[in-house]
Design a protein. Structure first.
Lengths: 111, 110
């Protein structure tokens, strides 16, 4: 998985609770991305980062925030989880804002 | 609006039966087209990047081709281990965002 880890790999939480997912890379790539994958939809971009402390919104950013304080770590936070945020979340990295390499994913269930 | 459509949604092949998967796209300036393989419960695995019409890339039993409107992933003499979902994505020059299709689920029967 191109030196990408995600934690936790599985999480069950309750509506209204905050949740933070972590993506860690060992490739020193500049660009990092968070996607969600749902049946009937392609991978959809939530947020991305183009450097430490530099982030921007993607297609489905409402209800999510991100932070990147180090090159190797990109955090995705659900401030108050809702059932519509039940999904599989993938982190991806890219050196030159082209080919993206994906992590193993986090399965999140919001009850 | 930039978008990607993959067909068929699902494909069942006998081992050794060659076929093609289609990825049709509309994008305002194609920067790149990407193919990924995804196994159940795992993240997408990069296969190919194509940049311009007429370009072809090969890897084992897979060959990807690109025209101005679509890309094909040709699978020659598939084996059961080729069973997976194949995803196509395009990257536009404007905004540099990726747009993914919903994938083709391939099953190869021994």
């Amino acid at each position: 998985d191109a030196g990408i880890t995600q934690s936790p790999r599985h999480k069950v939480t309750e509506t209204g609770t905050p949740v933070t997912l972590r993506c860690h890379q060992t490739e020193n790539h500049r660009y990092m991305y968070w996607y969600r994958q749902d049946p009937g939809h392609g991978l959809r971009l939530i947020h991305y980062s183009y450097g430490v402390k530099d982030t921007d919104k993607g297609e489905v950013s409402d209800g999510y925030s991100v932070s990147r304080s180090k090159t190797e770590d990109f955090l995705l936070t659900l401030e108050s989880a809702t059932s519509s945020q039940t999904s599989v979340y993938f982190c991806a990295i890219s050196a030159l804002q082209e080919t993206q390499y994906f992590g193993p994913g986090t399965r999140l269930l919001v009850l | 609006e930039d978008q990607v459509t993959q067909s068929p949604e699902a494909l069942r092949l006998q081992e050794g039966e060659s076929s093609s998967l289609n990825c049709s796209y509309t994008v305002s300036g194609l920067r790149g087209l990407f193919w990924y393989r995804q196994d159940p419960g795992k993240g997408p695995e990069f296969l190919f990047t194509l940049y311009s019409a007429g370009e072809e890339k090969e890897k084992e039993r897979l060959k990807a081709t690109l025209t101005k409107k679509e890309s094909f992933l040709h699978i020659t003499a598939p084996k059961p281990e080729d069973s997976a979902t194949y995803l196509c994505a395009v990257q536009a020059y404007v905004g540099n965002q990726f747009y993914f299709g919903t994938g083709t689920s391939l099953t190869v029967i021994p």
